[in-house]
Design a protein around this ligand. Structure first.
Ligand code: 13P
Length: 264
């Protein structure tokens, strides 16, 4: 039986700390304006802050959405060096990546702070892409589920079911990020199905059925279709392979093919 996917998958490019303005301009110039003509998949580009304005202008009139990679959980004020959700809305963002493992591990971000950011994003009508994932050490010790559950519940503390339905969650095992070693589609599907069960326990079946959960970590044109063929995987958060317009476009096309293979 072929089951229609009722959640719209999201393929998001996380450029991380890459691309000067001119490089961002070249990427968008070389990227199809309409990569998803029938809108079965949501396409999002998350440039660094310095390129948001330029990319927003280049994407105007297309269906491609703009995302940021972080925010500070206040609307404005004396927070030198920080960027507010209000500013992200102002520049044209729809999405914001929060709790990325690079911020958790390099900058020491904790779940309580990430939780404030999630709440601030939602209060300003930005859709959080909340990242969770275990390190290699944690995986070896059999703690994948415990770690992901604790990050998820800690980051979503205080949200109601309606808020949870709006989220995108990205399961990004730290050992798979930027290493070329992706999780197998089966392992990713199992952990993502587990996260959906955690959401069902805490916020109910409706929220669990609505929330979109992506996989991230060494996603490439060659492996995206396998992930997308899994019942619980609703897209991908792509780092390295999103930096070239050709490979990011191939990932979107692969996602379409995989999604069509989505059978139960
Ligand atoms: P890579 O696709 O480069 O492994 O990065 C994944 C990631 O961290 C996306 O947020």
């Amino acid at each position: 039986m072929k089951q229609t996917r009722h959640r719209k998958p999201v393929i998001a490019a996380n450029w991380k700390m890459n691309k000067l303005i001119q490089e961002a301009v070249s990427f968008v110039a070389g990227f199809p304006k309409d990569p998803e003509p029938d809108q079965k998949i949501e396409v999002v580009i998350c440039p660094p802050f310095t390129a948001l304005q330029t990319v927003a202008e280049a994407l105007r009139g297309t269906k491609i959405k703009l995302g940021a990679q972080n925010l500070y959980p206040k609307s404005q004020g004396a927070f030198t060096g920080e960027i507010s959700p209000l500013m992200l809305k102002d520049v044209g963002c729809t999405y914001v990546i929060l709790g990325h493992s690079e911020r958790r591990h390099i900058l020491g971000e904790q779940d309580t702070f990430i939780n404030e950011k999630v709440q601030a994003a939602l209060a300003h009508d930005l859709i959080p892409i909340l990242c969770v994932g275990e390190t290699l050490e944690e995986r070896r010790q059999g703690q994948t589920e415990t770690v992901c559950r604790s990050q998820l519940l800690g980051s979503l503390e205080g949200l109601d079911a309606e808020a949870v339905k709006k989220l995108v969650i990205a399961y990004e095992p730290v050992w798979a990020i930027g290493t070329g070693v992706n999780a197998s589609a089966q392992d990713a599907e199992e952990t993502i199905a587990y996260l959906r069960r955690v959401i069902a326990e805490k916020w109910g079946d409706e929220a669990a059925a609505a929330v979109r959960i992506q996989y991230g970590g060494s996603v490439k044109p060659q492996n995206i279709a396998e992930f997308m063929a899994c019942a619980n995987i609703d897209g991908a958060l792509v780092g390295g392979a999103s930096l070239e317009s050709d490979s990011f476009y191939e990932i979107i096309q692969g996602a379409r093919r995989g999604s069509e293979r989505h059978e139960v």
